[in-house]
Design a protein around this ligand. Structure first.
Ligand code: SAH
Length: 374
């Protein structure tokens, strides 16, 4: 994130980083650092202020001392689009050529869900995913992940809205990138988003979706307590190798074993399996039955996602009747199998349609920006 001059941007600091920064800056008496950090934290993460002057329970000279040393910034919004169905998509610029998309989907999960990106671009190359056509530029930092929720809260104008009346109630890491290839930043971001003195988005309302980075699944559960979603899309290795090339490294048997072992699973905390419906590819009744067999013993629900087309995509979406038949088989076996209504298709904001124009630039050709995040 670009900071003004060289002032550290407090908006993206974790709680320990904030306390450390205030302590080191010397603007606060050592015995007051903790209390001050708690106050500043609440202003930033509960009230969303971007101006130290608004921190009215802190003495005036303290506020200006903070303003002299620190910044409170949001990244630039390169583009904002609103769909006919109320979905909002922001293209956020974290720096020159570092852009990622964030999508707000109203009326889901008791409020609305914010779909957050964890990387600019992606390494996975899933054959049906638009983001997969863009090479990885880089991981997003904790601050940049958190900033996506801050931008959304600003736009929705609900920083101080009571919990029960908020539109943004859920967060899904289902934007650009593979969250488990950036687990440290994602886990710290979950800590910030879930903080009770901040945005207070319950960990039960935060879902991290992975294409199946098996060795990181346990750590995800232990470090975040977040809900797990797995992008399955196929019931045999041959097809999954083709759709989700990561499967060649972590085949289905290993993936299902890791899902079964995800910390804290129960009937009230289930794994969501995402299954994109591709016409004539993975949508037969036999595959629905194979899916049921694969899930045996896992507290699970299945999200059937009608394929969202993008320019040049080599697939078509299954027919509605085919999807219904598939859903009925899975449902009959006792699994919830909602068909995800495509949202925001008109602005390419639906699942798998996100992409930015950012491209990887050789380090030597990259402009050196003061304060650019690590
Ligand atoms: N890399 C992570 C996070 C991305 S989540 C993961 O794979 O889970 C985005 C979800 O949208 C994934 O389930 C992905 O498989 C799905 N998706 C990708 N392209 C899609 C498309 N064109 N139509 C519908 N769903 C798609």
């Amino acid at each position: 994130m670009l900071a003004a001059g060289s002032s550290p941007n407090l908006a993206g600091f974790t709680r320990p980083e904030l306390a450390a920064a205030l302590g080191q800056a010397g603007a606060t008496a050592p015995d007051k650092v903790r209390m001050r950090a708690d106050q500043v934290w609440r202003w930033i993460h509960r009230h969303g202020v971007t101006d130290f002057a608004a921190m009215t329970n802190i003495a005036k000279e303290q506020r200006s001392a903070l303003a002299d040393r620190f910044a409170l910034l949001r990244p630039d919004i390169a583009r904002r689009q609103e769909s006919v169905d109320g979905v909002i998509k922001w293209l956020i610029a974290f720096g020159p050529n570092i852009e990622a998309e964030t999508v707000f989907i109203p009326d889901v999960g008791g409020g609305g869900a914010l779909c957050i990106s964890s990387q600019v671009g992606c390494t996975l190359n899933c054959s049906f995913c638009h983001t997969g056509t863009q090479a990885l530029v880089r991981n997003l930092t904790t601050a940049e992940i958190v900033a996506q929720a801050q931008v959304a809260r600003d736009d929705l104008g609900e920083w101080t809205t009571a919990n029960g009346e908020r539109r943004l109630t859920n967060v899904v890491f289902m934007g650009m990138g593979e969250p488990l290839y950036n687990l440290d930043a994602v886990a710290s971001a979950v800590d910030v988003l879930a903080d009770n003195e901040g945005m207070a988005i319950s960990r039960r309302r935060i879902t991290v979706s992975t294409a199946g980075v098996v060795p990181q699944l346990r750590a995800l559960g232990e470090r975040t307590g977040a809900m797990l979603a797995i992008s399955l899309h196929a019931t045999n290795d041959e097809l999954r190798n083709e759709l989700v090339p990561l499967n060649r490294r972590y085949p289905l048997a290993e993936l299902m074993a890791a899902a079964r072992a995800y910390p804290g699973l129960s009937n009230s905390k289930r794994v969501t399996f995402e299954y994109v419906m591709l016409k004539g590819v993975n949508d037969s009744p036999a595959e629905a039955r194979a899916l049921v067999r694969l899930l045996a013993g896992i507290p699970a629900k299945i999200n059937l996602i009608p394929f969202n087309p993008w320019p040049g995509a080599p697939y078509e979406c299954s027919d509605p009747a085919t999807i219904q038949t598939f859903a009925a088989i899975v449902n009959k076996a006792g699994y919830a199998s909602p068909i995800r209504t495509p949202r925001g298709r008109d602005i390419l904001a639906a699942c798998g349609q996100l992409r930015s124009e950012s491209v990887k630039v050789r380090a030597s050709a990259r402009p050196r920006t003061a304060g650019a995040s690590a």
